[in-house]
Design a protein around this ligand. Structure first.
Ligand SMILES: N[C@@H](CCC(=O)N[C@@H](CS)C(=O)NCC(=O)O)C(=O)O
Length: 346
């Protein structure tokens, strides 16, 4: 038997020690970096109606933009201390992991791989979705199961791409993916008839359709082929920053549940006797201290950005180009049979 050299073991151990990373406490916190920089760096995708639209004047707005504004309001008492970064889906996680963005808020699906192998943490879900297909009405296609041999436009670096392959394989459909990195090129190719169908999260399909010259010629097929829980993402190992982003979303959800909105929050703060509302709005207690934020952090979110329902109706609801009715859906409040649920403010 080969004799193990003690010297060899010792040298190996020394080498391992020399290579061990710096203690976590030496890292600067994201909150400190953001505060000293004076603004938040918020990563969005390529403009997509509903989630993140860019006006001709260069102003961003949308459902995912409001999450960034909520975080900014909670830190600065100003919802617009933000540098927006528009990044393609394919490089979104690299831009997070290397420190270019403080938060990623852009239709990103929470998966085990992304959470554990990319140096990231998912905070919570702000929109529950699932993947679907869209075709033109005159294709006559009524079900995804009729897409045998079809060409399907799909964006690379997405869960969409893998789900499409899985679905084609499972159902023996021999689907031909046509893969794009730029979502604008994907969409214009589909609009001009370059693919038989396009696939994305169903909310993403509504967003793509909203960009079409004539929306009425497209149909979203009934099948939902995956689960796509979408939500904001931060770098891993910064628990306080994770809490700030997560509780910004929870504030908007809890505010709706408690009947607080941007219009009545001042009255609620002045007059409400409900202990949870009083703690949330900083009238009582010190719930802000663990987050490293001021007493008005949640009040500022509700006053400046609004509650979850207000934002949903403004950007996703039936009166918008997205037209995704909320009542009775998974994105309704848990008190109405949905999945939107905030832990208690206590
Ligand atoms: N949720 C999926 C798909 C994300 C996605 O494709 N989002 C749509 C939203 S419309 C899109 O086309 N985004 C364009 C972009 O971000 O460049 C994922 O996380 O991979």
């Amino acid at each position: 038997m080969k004799k193990v050299s003690l010297f060899g073991l010792g040298a190996g151990l020394l080498a391992a020690l020399a290579l061990s990373p710096e203690p976590v406490s030496a890292q600067e916190s994201t909150l400190d970096i953001v505060k000293s920089r004076g603004h938040l760096r918020c990563q969005l995708g390529t403009p997509a109606p509903g989630f993140y639209s860019l006006s001709d004047a260069g102003k961003w707005s949308g459902f995912d933009v409001e999450t960034c504004r909520a975080v900014s309001a909670s830190i600065f008492g100003d919802p617009d201390k933000i540098e927006y970064q528009s990044v393609t889906s394919a490089v979104r996680f690299t831009a997070m992991a290397n420190g270019e963005s403080d938060v990623l808020s852009r239709t990103t699906t929470w998966t085990l791989f992304r959470e554990t192998q990319l140096g990231l943490d998912f905070t919570t879900v702000n929109f529950y979705d699932g993947q679907g297909f869209m075709v033109t009405n005159d294709s006559g296609v009524k079900s995804a199961l009729e897409l045998k041999g079809a060409t399907v436009c799909v964006l690379t670096g997405t869960t969409t791409e893998l789900n499409l392959t899985d679905y084609g394989r499972t159902n023996g459909l021999d689907i031909q993916p046509v893969v794009f990195e730029d979502s604008n090129v994907r969409d214009s190719t589909f609009f001009s008839g370059g693919c038989d169908a396009i696939t994305n999260d169903k909310s993403g399909l509504a967003s793509i359709r909203a960009k079409a010259p004539d929306r009425s010629i497209f149909t979203i097929l009934p099948e939902t082929i995956s689960k796509e829980p979408l939500g904001p993402v931060v770098r891993q190992n910064d628990s306080q920053w994770n809490d700030i982003v997560m509780w910004a979303v929870f504030t908007m959800v809890a505010a709706e549940e408690l009947g607080i909105n941007s219009g009545n929050v001042d009255k609620m703060r002045a007059e409400s006797g409900n202990p949870e509302i009083r703690r949330m709005l900083g009238v009582e207690g010190d719930l802000n201290t663990g987050l490293g934020l001021g007493k008005d952090w949640a009040y500022n979110i509700i006053k400046m950005v609004g509650n979850y329902g207000e934002n949903y109706e403004e950007y996703m609801g039936s009166k918008t180009v997205m037209n995704i009715p909320r009542a009775g859906s998974v994105n309704d409040l848990w008190t109405r049979g949905g999945l939107m649920y905030s832990p208690p403010f206590r």
